[in-house]
Ligand binder design. Structure first.
Ligand SMILES: [Zn+2]
Length: 155
């Protein structure tokens, strides 16, 4: 992972971003959540090589790293904020060692009610975690993500 070029998405360093437009349109709550994650040791990458490898992924989570891929969002910052909540929820799942909810069928049906189709996820083993992350990103806000980061990762 060291060969990935890393770009800190800190408010104070926005001009240092390779792609500052990818961050400038995010709402303050979203940037503050990313900053908080970084302040606790999390790593945030924008348009890293993983984005190329897994194109057209909107984002990826890998241990304590999240990768936000700007191109597939086509300038839709609301969607990018959703992706940030989604990927940070995967970090929370990683800290927990599993999805937070215990019933995969309920997680999938709840997410489906919010529009989740499972499209792009061929492996049924990921449906629980993906459906849960989809639902949380759609239904919950940055405060909720931060509270759960604290509970599952940073206590
Ligand atoms: Zn996901």
């Amino acid at each position: 992972m060291k060969q990935l070029y890393s770009i800190a998405l800190a408010l104070a360093a926005l001009t240092a971003l390779a792609n500052p437009a990818a961050a400038l349109g995010l709402k303050p709550e979203s940037l503050e959540l990313l900053q908080y994650f970084q302040s606790k040791g999390g790593e945030v990458y924008v348009d890293s090589l993983l984005c190329d490898e897994y194109a057209p992924a909107m984002g990826l989570a890998h241990g304590n790293e999240i990768h936000i891929c700007s191109a597939p969002h086509h300038g839709d910052f609301h969607e990018m904020e959703d992706t940030i909540r989604h990927e940070l929820w995967h970090v929370i799942q990683f800290c927990n060692g599993s999805p937070i909810t215990t019933d995969p069928i309920n997680a999938i049906t709840t997410a489906a009610a919010k529009g989740w189709t499972g499209q792009g996820y061929n492996d049924p083993n990921v449906w629980h975690s993906e459906a849960e992350a989809y639902y949380v990103a759609k239904a919950k806000n940055e405060t909720f993500i931060r509270q759960n980061l604290n509970h599952y990762c940073f206590q």
